[in-house]
Design a protein around this ligand. Structure first.
Ligand code: HEC
Length: 295
């Protein structure tokens, strides 16, 4: 008669499996606060305890029927700690006579082989692998667990929500409070590439829209260059609807405009103009002397 696996091992393994299942099936990963999780653990533990008591009864009954010698052997096995038994089973060496019993002789190739029984820890791992595989397949097929697409979607959603939140709470930037900052140039350049390059061409050298790098301007509602660009982005051109009111129509925010205007200021004031000789568009409008304020 073999001693049984201790109830504590069953309970630990079950808790592990329940956590694994919840980890895969729970949508938000917040199952530690869910009553289902705790009730399920409680029920399985109670079932295991009942199973253990029945096992005790059966074991007692069988024990009564053992001979004195068998009882001694049984008690000795039972008193070895479980983990030590596992360890022993992993590294057990057979005696000569035992080896004889489990020897398989292929016969035809002269190779002999020991038909060892697999160690308990190995079998345990094997079954754990099987159960994990089944749970994983079900989780993958029927829930969002480990799905790259749904993970991507949910992350995009959170990101968009946080952007919307930021836009809602961040101070609105308008013509009055927009400020030039050199830190905005790089981002402004990216935004310029997305929104403006089709008409004003690479680096603002001009195409359908005027050259933004020279000193000649058609529109100059503001005395300050940075503000003038912002004004254009807010109102569009009063003479030519091709230059749209980007902010008013909602294509870009005031925050974007502040960055784009910083970039246009940079290519106009801080770098050499792309003249006709260098492939830029011919000057349009009149030569403007911009007021040099802090902005
Ligand atoms: C669909 C083409 C088009 C796009 C896109 C466009 N613009 Fe323009 N833009 C024009 C035209 C055309 C004018 C000339 C308007 C006029 O004649 O008054 C202009 C004028 C301007 C002016 C005033 C130039 C001047 O000499 O008066 C600025 C500044 C300007 N655009 C900036 C931008 C920025 C920044 C963007 C990107 C957010 C942009 N534009 C996108 C076509 C465009």
């Amino acid at each position: 008669m073999k001693p049984r696996t201790p109830i504590s091992i069953y309970i630990i393994v079950t808790i592990g499996l329940v956590i694994m299942a919840f980890e895969m099936f729970s949508q938000d990963g917040n199952y530690f606060t869910s009553p289902y999780f705790w009730v399920l653990l409680l029920i399985t533990t109670i079932l295991l305890l009942i199973m253990n008591s029945i096992g005790d009864l059966v074991e007692n009954e069988n024990y009564r029927r053992l001979s004195e010698e068998e009882r001694q052997r049984y008690l000795q096995k039972k008193n070895t700690p479980y983990l030590q038994k596992l360890w022993n089973s992993a590294f057990k060496k057979q005696s000569q006579t035992e080896e004889k019993d489990i020897l398989i002789d292929h016969g035809f190739d002269g190779i002999t082989e020991l038909d060892n029984s697999l160690p308990r820890w190995w079998i345990g791992l094997f079954w754990f692998g099987c159960i994990f595989c089944a749970v994983y397949m079900v989780a993958f097929a029927f829930t969002d667990y480990a799905h790259p697409e749904s993970e991507y979607e949910s992350e995009t959603k959170t990101m968009m929500a946080s952007i919307a939140d930021f836009e809602k709470n961040a101070p609105v930037i308008n013509l009055e409070n927009a400020k030039y900052s050199a830190d905005n140039i790089t981002e402004g350049e990216q935004l310029f590439k997305t929104n403006c390059v089709t008409c004003h061409a690479e680096g603002g050298k001009g195409g359908i829209g005027p050259n933004l790098t020279d000193e000649y301007w058609i529109n100059h509602s503001e005395k300050n260059l940075f503000k003038n660009v912002f004004w254009m982005l807010e109102n569009g051109s009063p003479n030519n609807p091709t230059m749209r009111p980007f902010i008013k129509e909602g294509t870009i925010t005031g925050r974007d405009a502040e960055k784009i205007a910083a970039y246009v200021y940079h290519i106009n004031q801080e770098t050499a103009p792309i003249t006709e000789a260098k492939g830029g568009a011919a000057p349009q409008g009149e030569k403007i002397q911009w007021e040099n304020t802090d902005n």
